[in-house]
Design a protein. Structure first.
Length: 143
């Protein structure tokens, strides 16, 4: 539920920002940003590429890059500050386990493995525990 609310806020912020820039179909872009933000790494990248193309079609010169830059700022704010602050309280992973997963991912698949290691570790932890929403809470005795 928390991720859905974060993604909805990102979609609304994207729609408002693109509407302020004058990009046609800003509401549609907000909905696309909301939906594709569920897809780790690839979703925001796909939205960024599509916004770059839309910017080229809608604006002239350097202004064509402004929609993707605004979206990049929003997605960075969401990914670096909002999501960790809200989700990080509920999902707690052992730092040694994170380090080992990163080492293994980098050894096995190189740079892509390092990128994919933590989402796979989180997924495996959720599957192993059976209740992904209570990982951190159970460890702290709250569940």
């Amino acid at each position: 539920m928390t991720i859905t609310l974060i993604n909805a806020a990102l979609g609304i912020a994207t729609a408002i920002a693109l509407q302020a820039l004058g990009l046609p179909g800003a509401l549609s872009w907000g909905i696309v940003a909301f939906l594709l933000n569920y897809v780790v790494y690839l979703g925001p990248a796909a939205v960024a590429v599509a916004l770059l193309l839309a910017g080229v079609a809608a604006f002239d010169g350097g202004a064509a890059a402004v929609p993707v830059l605004v979206y990049g700022a929003l997605i960075t704010l969401e990914g670096q500050f909002v999501t960790p602050a809200l989700v990080g309280r509920r999902m707690a992973l052992n730092p040694l386990l994170v380090f080992v997963a990163l080492l293994f991912g980098l050894w096995l698949w190189g740079a892509i493995g390092g990128i994919v290691a933590l989402p796979l570790l989180l997924w495996a932890t959720v599957v192993q525990n059976g209740d992904g929403l209570a990982i951190g809470a159970a460890r702290r005795g709250e569940a």
